[in-house]
Design a protein around this ligand. Structure first.
Ligand code: SF4
Length: 255
């Protein structure tokens, strides 16, 4: 199987790709830590967090800049976006591009992607975001996204279909123990890498006018302290599939 060559000397989405592609604005997954939502709010593109849940197509051409394309980065492949996402992925693949598809996977969407692109398996990495396998934790932080059990089913499905599979455990949604449990559950169905990263800038990205959010963010800071992240690093550093995101590399001295 061909390995898609991606630079790893950058940060954020550039750790995974050279260029991003999106076809919409808004995301029904409603993650409380969403960078795209907080950016849209800060720029006045939306007036309230609730507006972010309204999904709208904003079609655009595929990027012309060379390199691996990450799709999507500022929304997800929800049922609403599915047909248009299939079209966009097809356009990229027909143009000969390598594509990293990143999604909090709905099983029906992964099935549709797997069915449509069997001839392009060597051009695709399917990277499924699973920050915890704890249903209650996920439903708090990612209330509109598929449950972790559905995402695991989607990962297993893509793996069984012969796709290159990967997991993004960014952000991890709790502490060391939960991250290790999550890693162990997803690892058998990953053929490529498992990326692990902290929750970035929760103070600015999460709506801190809500008391429960403040409590959860305080807990994240405790269970993702430098000391705890070191423990996680020591536990998983010898595992070949693990890649550390910049938020962890900084702490453990890898950059
Ligand atoms: S799935 Fe991604 S784009 Fe959608 S709300 Fe969550 S973090 Fe934001």
């Amino acid at each position: 199987m061909k390995k898609i060559a991606i630079k790893t000397s950058c940060t954020g989405t550039r750790e995974w790709s050279d260029v991003s592609h999106n076809i919409g604005s808004g995301c029904s997954h409603a993650c409380l830590y969403c960078y795209a939502a907080s950016y849209a709010l800060s720029k006045g593109y939306i007036k309230t967090r609730a507006e972010w849940l309204n999904e709208k197509l904003t079609p655009r051409n595929i990027p012309t800049k060379a390199g691996v394309i990450m799709f999507p980065t500022a929304h997800d492949i929800s049922s609403y976006y599915l047909d248009s996402s299939l079209d966009a992925i097809e356009q990229m693949l027909v143009a000969g591009r390598d594509v990293v598809i990143v999604t909090k996977a709905h099983l029906e969407c992964i099935k549709a992607i797997c069915a449509k692109f069997t001839d392009y398996q060597d051009k695709i990495i399917l990277r499924i975001t699973i920050g915890s396998m704890d249903e209650k934790i996920c439903s708090f932080w990612e209330p509109g996204a598929p449950k972790p059990s559905e995402r695991l089913d989607a990962l297993r499905y893509a793996y069984d279909q012969g796709y290159t599979t990967s997991v993004s455990m960014e952000p991890i949604l709790l502490g060391v123990r939960d991250a290790i449990v999550t890693y162990e559950q997803v690892e058998p169905y990953v053929t490529e890498k498992i990326w692990i990263g902290k929750m970035n800038s929760p103070d600015t990205r999460v709506d801190m006018t809500v008391a429960e959010n403040c409590r959860r963010v305080a807990n994240i800071k405790v269970c993702q302290s430098d000391k705890e992240i070191f423990k996680l690093y020591e536990w998983l550093e010898d595992h070949d599939k693990v890649e550390w995101k910049d938020s962890i590399k900084k702490i453990v001295g890898l950059e």
